[in-house]
Write a new protein. Structure first.
Length: 144
């Protein structure tokens, strides 16, 4: 422990300042840190993986796509072929529902088609068991 005395000035300002000398503590801490660094084993950064052996599975087969167009007057076409009546559309939907795997059905309504025609086709598809159905061409309904 060290005492420091102020020099000069009035003798009334003689206050004793007692400070702990931290230099030896810092030296000991540095020595301990160096010893710790030297004694730590070198870590290897290898990652051990158990990779599967054998051939990878074949890539999945892309599904067939069926496009159903609904025109403004209610005319329905299956892959560009006009359906003469509702029964032929239902026959095509039943065949699509029974196919394994089911084809993707893209329903593409005309911009001027009324909702009842599109909803009727969607309801028929759902009722007959078609599960992979989606609306295509929605960008035509976006405003400027």
């Amino acid at each position: 422990m060290a005492m420091s005395m102020p020099t000069g000035g009035d003798s009334d300002d003689m206050d004793v300042v007692v400070d702990m000398n931290t230099t030896p503590l810092i030296d000991v801490m540095l020595v301990l840190l160096i010893m710790l660094i030297v004694t730590i084993p070198i870590q290897t950064h290898a990652v051990k993986l158990d990779l599967p052996a054998g051939n990878p599975p074949p890539p999945p087969v892309p599904p067939t796509v069926v496009t159903i167009d609904v025109d403004f007057d209610g005319t329905i076409s299956w892959n560009g072929e006009a359906m003469p009546d509702e029964a032929s559309l239902q026959d095509h939907l039943i065949a699509a529902a029974k196919a394994d795997p089911q084809p993707e059905v893209h329903l593409k309504p005309n911009k001027l088609a009324t909702y009842k025609y599109v909803a009727h086709v969607m309801a028929d598809a759902q009722r007959l068991g078609v599960t992979n159905i989606g609306l295509v061409g929605n960008e035509q309904f976006m405003g400027p």
